[in-house]
Design a protein around this ligand. Structure first.
Ligand SMILES: NC(=O)c1ccc[n+]([C@@H]2O[C@H](COP(=O)([O-])OP(=O)(O)OC[C@H]3O[C@@H](n4cnc5c(N)ncnc54)[C@H](OP(=O)(O)O)[C@@H]3O)[C@@H](O)[C@H]2O)c1
Length: 285
């Protein structure tokens, strides 16, 4: 931890006093030096998620004192959220959900936007059959809930028996730990959060999205008319508003595995690195 000069907001930015953030896999990989090319230069501030209180809303319409959430594309811009005061473009910030604490809200922006934007790419609609892999993870767990809220029928592939009840309780109709159990050509869309590449499960003419950037591209399925992508999350204030509405409606429940003070950020990383998580590792300021 280091003292650095106060942030100088640029035109169109909102200044937020941080209340909480969370640890995402990308923070862990960036810290380890596993991202490689495209990593912002040192010294760098880590962190993508933010929940806090507006200090200066600028021209955004957000008022001083308002509770907000934000996602900063830290790898793309070098603007990390693990700081007491953060300045971000207004369209990366949105009012926080009111039904949950700011600690819970801080676990939503990166995984929630990833889930929302990828479900949009997959064009998941009412009645579609969707498979989510890694469905008990941060992105996967939110994807299951968001897809159910759209009226899709969701099945889940998880890593451990202990996660089966969780995914069923959050809306999965059927869940397994074994990829061999998946019905061949059984799904209109597959949302693959860890690079499972269970391509036999997608129906001909279907859609297959991975978010596991480091696992590489999805195999070419064009002969079966399956559209494929490796989706990359983007800053998205409108998406954050939609997530907040879904949380306040009770359709989406944030999950906190454990909470650490910022001064214990190393311990937070160690907890994250041990795995076996049951929700997000949150960090409070
Ligand atoms: N492209 C993008 O824009 C973007 C955005 C966000 C995240 N990501 C990436 O997406 C991945 C998921 O992120 P996340 O935040 O959801 O991580 P997470 O919370 O760690 O969830 C990953 C889930 O996948 C499960 N899993 C891992 N390997 C598995 C396997 N072989 N079989 C079955 N399940 C398996 C994990 O199970 P365990 O709990 O047992 O380990 C965990 O439940 C990460 O690699 C992250 O870097 C990419």
């Amino acid at each position: 931890m280091e003292e650095v000069p106060e942030v100088e907001p640029r035109a169109g930015e909102v200044v937020v006093r941080s209340v909480a953030t969370s640890v995402n896999p990308v923070d862990d990989k960036t810290r380890e030096g596993a991202i490689g090319e495209g990593t912002p230069p040192l010294p760098m501030t880590l962190g993508w998620d933010l929940a806090g209180v507006v200090i200066d809303g600028g021209s955004s319409g957000l008022r001083a004192g308002e509770r907000v959430v934000a996602m900063s594309h830290q790898l793309g811009t070098g603007r990390g959220t693990w700081a007491d005061v953060v300045a971000l473009p207004a369209d990366a910030v949105a009012p926080a959900p009111t039904a949950v604490s700011l600690i819970e809200a801080a676990t939503l922006p990166l995984p929630g936007l990833t889930a929302l934007q990828t479900l949009d790419w997959l064009a998941v609609a009412a009645g579609d059959r969707l498979l989510v892999t890694g469905a008990a993870g941060a992105v996967g767990g939110l994807a299951v809930q968001l897809a159910r809220a759209r009226g899709a029928r969701v099945d889940a592939l998880v890593s451990r028996e202990a996660q089966l009840d969780f995914v069923r309780a959050h809306g999965a109709e059927w869940a397994t730990t074994d990829p061999a159990d998946l019905q061949p050509r059984g799904y209109d869309a597959v949302f693959d959060t860890f690079g499972a590449f269970v391509t036999d499960a997608v129906a001909d003419g279907g859609r297959y999205a991975s978010i596991a950037t480091q696992a590489g591209p999805v195999p070419d399925l064009s002969a079966r008319r399956v559209r494929t992508t490796v989706n990359q999350v983007r800053e998205d204030g409108a998406g954050l508003r939609e997530l907040a509405r879904l949380v306040d409606d009770g359709a989406v429940r944030p999950r906190v595995d454990s909470t650490f003070a910022l001064r214990d950020i190393r311990a937070a990383h160690r907890r994250f690195g041990r795995g076996g998580l049951d929700g997000k590792v949150a960090v409070v300021f």
